[in-house]
Design a protein around this ligand. Structure first.
Ligand SMILES: [Zn+2]
Length: 224
């Protein structure tokens, strides 16, 4: 299951040249779906295939209803200055640093969801037995993306695997990650992210990471 972040009335982040996160996440997600079909012969479902608004709860309800094996949420990062760039992959855990918390706040807020019921979320997390698998999936995807993109592009910043309290991952029963594919607020990265060639490299590398996880990771010991 692939979840293109934002959509419809929710633009997500916007870059200096007006490029919107919601359009980038959809384009990258569609390419990722094609790559997963090609590389894995997988059945892939997207939470949205057009520019439409769906709530956070609807997103993971779809994943759980179809009993998805994996849940991949695709997002684009934003910062207050133009300088920050790079790619990072998150899996669900209590936020461990201020930057991760700020990001989680922004992404959670974008869905119009107030994280008021923290206790409920933490209870859900404790019931979630997929944390190790999500961590491993995050490591495989992040390392493959950095390696893949760096072959063709200069100055790719590896912001590594991190944890945060992303609401969109809370309800997922499958191993789940959220990939922040770059900073739309960085003019160079905004331009790259908006190009078909870069989107394709990203999607291909993400799919390779997912393939490697399924072949070699903890998933190999799990009945999918
Ligand atoms: Zn986002």
């Amino acid at each position: 299951m692939i979840d293109p972040g934002h959509g419809g009335k929710d633009d997500g982040a916007t870059g200096p040249h007006g490029i919107k996160e919601k359009n980038l996440t959809l384009a990258i997600s569609k390419r990722l779906a094609d790559q997963l079909k090609q590389q894995l012969g997988a059945t892939v479902i997207l939470t949205r295939t057009t520019d439409r608004y769906i709530t956070l709860d609807q997103r993971n309800a779809i994943g759980n209803r179809i009993k998805a094996d994996l849940f991949i949420s695709v997002h684009i990062n934003a910062a207050e200055s133009a300088a920050p760039s790079g790619i990072e992959t998150y899996y669900l855990n209590t936020a461990t640093n201020k930057a991760a918390q700020r990001l989680a706040d922004r992404e959670n807020r974008a869905f119009g969801k107030e994280i008021g019921t923290l206790q409920r979320i933490i209870t859900t997390m404790h019931q979630n037995a997929t944390t190790d698998e999500s961590h491993e999936l995050a490591l495989m995807v992040q390392s493959n993306v950095i390696r893949g993109i760096s072959k063709k592009y200069n100055g790719v910043v590896d912001k590594r695997v991190k944890t945060a309290l992303f609401y969109v991952l809370v309800g997922s029963k499958a191993p789940s990650i959220l990939v922040e594919c770059g900073f739309v607020t960085n003019p160079k990265e905004e331009k790259r992210l908006n190009s078909a060639a870069y989107q394709q490299e990203l999607a291909s590398a993400m799919a390779s990471g997912i393939k490697r996880y399924l072949e070699t990771g903890k998933a190999a010991h799990r009945t999918l």
